[in-house]
Design a protein around this ligand. Sequence first.
Ligand code: C5P
Length: 308
Amino acid sequence: MTAAPVTVRVPAKVNVQLAVGGLRPDGFHDLANVFLAVGLYDEITATPSDRLRITVSGPDAHQVPLDESNLAARAALALAARHGVEPRVHLHIAKDIPVAGGMAGGSADGAGALLACDTLWDTGATRDELLAICAELGSDVPFSLVGGAALGRGRGELLEPLETGGVLHWVFAVADGGLSTPAVYRECDRLREAAGTGSSAADVPEPAPSGDLLRALRTGDPGALAAVLANDLQPAAISLRPSLAETLRAGSEGGALAALVSGSGPTCAFLAKDPEAAEGVAEALLRSATCRAVRVTSGPVPGATVLR
Ligand code: C5P
């Protein structure tokens, strides 16, 4: 066992396709979820301590729970239980990913804490074991570990890495306040019922990845990708937070190739042709005053990485 602190850096994600199937008996939805890791990061530092302790820094720190509902705490407890280690660790989260924003910030902290504790405790866990623990923690957590680009099936946890052909430039509009992921999925079901199509797995076609979208990712062509970006949760997120429609419009008018809600929202994602266009979109969003903050970044980037 090493006593030196271990810091792990973990990226946010955007879903370039989120196809949502019907409600399953277990309360989840089958997905075809095309993830792309982007360069906004949380850093999780694990230091030996007398007990499990979580601290958080960053502008949104006050919104992050410090108890065992935090995925970082649950990751440490799950790994410790499997390897007969006492979970005596202080986990510090330097938070830069928007909280409850649909960018997998909580999942990033789970994956980061798992890798940091695994390194600190030198458990010898295999990659597959770490991925299995990630899947127990949450549907998006395995992707936070692997990063890059991947297709998620099942409830999003069964990953297949995807080839990408270049750097994609993104702008993210961070909203005031978060949205609850279960509430957005419930609203998606409600809208389907209201439309008369039904919301169960028997009513909704099995979600499938778009061939055009996978091709556009492979070639790295932002114009081709922009034409096929799709998020089945977007109508539900806008239904719960109608002001998102104005944010999406402001970014489109500012020169974005495409605009969509990121995951379950309320962060909105804008694909830009190049870094200069991304700066233009960011300025237009700031001028529009339809969001709390704007972030410019790119992807794909690697998943959870040990820094020291
Ligand atoms: O897996 P995770 O804990 O992130 O999921 C949070 C909630 O989001 C679930 O309890 C469920 O309500 C919803 N969800 C879903 N289908 C998925 C993933 C999440 O309905 N594939």
